[in-house]
Design a protein around this ligand. Structure first.
Ligand code: PSV
Ligand code: MN
Length: 387
């Protein structure tokens, strides 16, 4: 008997969207370390993302970031994705790399700049129509560095007005997801710093507006699973940007820094009905600065799968009984039993039963893809965070 037998079907619902930018060069503000074989365009990024799905069966869609992934023909990019066995997913806007946005974008006091930022989102919605994407994900670098620099309340009002205009452009089946981040690049105040602000703003828009929770965007020690519970309870958890962190927005491999936190988050997603629900999109938002990018993404989706499996193993009846009885240690014990179950051999068997490699990391290493892209991708300009 495989330990996963009782949850094998539920586990099949797991699908994790990959960020196109994870396959480009990235770094810190100190240095970008270029790697050989890195994609030169969005087509090559999609091909790399498809390798992750090919070996894991877990990553059927790829998120694009505009303008990093601007192409002349989005239907051709979508067709390329299909030919590689994946689909295009969320469209991310970018109002953080243009001179005009130095003091803000959709919150800017200059109407010309604010309109430019709104128009960029209209363009993103046009792209969504061509790619068949459902979600427009908005993360804003807007904020200030010094007390008194700008009127925080007026900025909040302009944010609300800008979002209303963007929201009004969405198609019936499209959504807006608003990501929050407590600091960086602004250091004094950020215009969407927390889930409460994102919730207040999206609630004012309508039912197609949701909150995006990036696991790296909280102060150290924050109980992220509480936020997951609350947003699910309020019906506004739209998506995750998964990654992990030791200090700030480190964008490391999900589950690398704190596997127990990932388990607790997934336990609340399952508890709150968000697992396998179309309402809650699972995405990665990571950068592989020093490790190989494709295996970095494979490891990431496997980590999410492993912790999802462990969270699905929580004995809900035993937990509820212990909670009702006020048995603190028994309740905690039920959770820890699931967390401490080694599901790796069972997952290998689960994969084999579905025609997937038992060891996706090894299968990728042996596939020759890495050597092929290093040999083939000569010339051109490598894609990079910000390029
Ligand atoms: C901001 O730190 C962020 O998490 C947003 O999702 C951006 O779109 C992404 O990172 C860019 O890497
Ligand atoms: Mn993010």
């Amino acid at each position: 008997m495989n330990v996963l037998d009782p949850i094998a079907d539920r586990l099949s619902a797991l699908a994790i969207e990959l960020p196109s930018w994870a396959f480009g060069n990235s770094g810190t503000r100190f240095r970008v370390f270029a790697q050989k074989g890195v994609p030169r365009d969005p087509f090559e990024k999609v091909s790399d993302a498809a390798q992750v799905h090919r070996h894991t069966g877990l990553a059927p869609t790829v998120a694009l970031h505009i303008p990093w992934d601007t192409v002349d023909d989005y239907t051709a990019l979508a067709a390329h994705a299909e030919s590689e066995g994946v689909k295009l997913g969320t469209i991310n806007s970018n109002t953080f790399q243009d001179e005009d946005y130095k003091l803000g974008s959709v919150t800017h006091c200059d109407d010309r700049i604010r309109q430019k930022a709104i128009d960029h989102h209209f363009e993103c919605i046009d792209v969504m129509h061509q790619t068949g994407s459902r979600d427009l994900k908005i993360w804003l670098a807007d904020g200030t560095n010094y007390p008194g620099q700008d009127d925080m309340r007026a900025r909040q009002d302009r944010l609300s007005d800008s979002l209303q205009q963007i929201y009004a452009r969405l198609g019936d089946d499209q959504r807006l997801v608003l990501e929050y981040k407590f600091f960086e690049p602004a250091f004094y105040h950020t215009d969407v710093p927390d889930w409460g602000t994102s919730f207040a703003q999206v609630s004012a828009l309508g039912s197609k507006a949701m909150v995006c929770l990036d696991t790296g965007h909280h102060a150290p020690g924050t109980n992220i699973e509480f936020i997951v519970m609350q947003l699910l309870r309020l019906g506004r958890l739209g998506s995750f940007d998964f990654n992990s962190r030791f200090y700030a927005d480190d964008d490391l491999i999900v589950g690398a820094a704190d596997p127990f936190q990932l388990f607790r988050i997934l336990a609340e997603v399952i508890r709150g009905g968000g697992f396998g629900s179309p309402d809650v999109a699972f995405m990665l938002d990571q950068c592989h600065n020093i490790e190989d990018k494709i295996p970095g993404q494979i490891r990431s989706v496997l980590n999410v799968q492993e912790m999802t499996a462990r969270a699905l193993l929580i004995d809900g009846d035993a937990l509820a009984a212990a909670q009702r009885a006020g048995d603190v240690l028994a309740a905690n014990g039920v959770l820890m039993d699931a967390f401490q179950t080694d599901v790796r051999p069972a997952l290998a068997a689960w994969r084999a039963a579905r025609g997937l490699p038992e060891d996706p990391m090894r299968a990728y290493a042996e596939s020759g893809y890495s050597e092929r892209i290093v040999a083939d991708r000569i010339g051109g300009t490598q894609a990079g965070w910000g390029a």
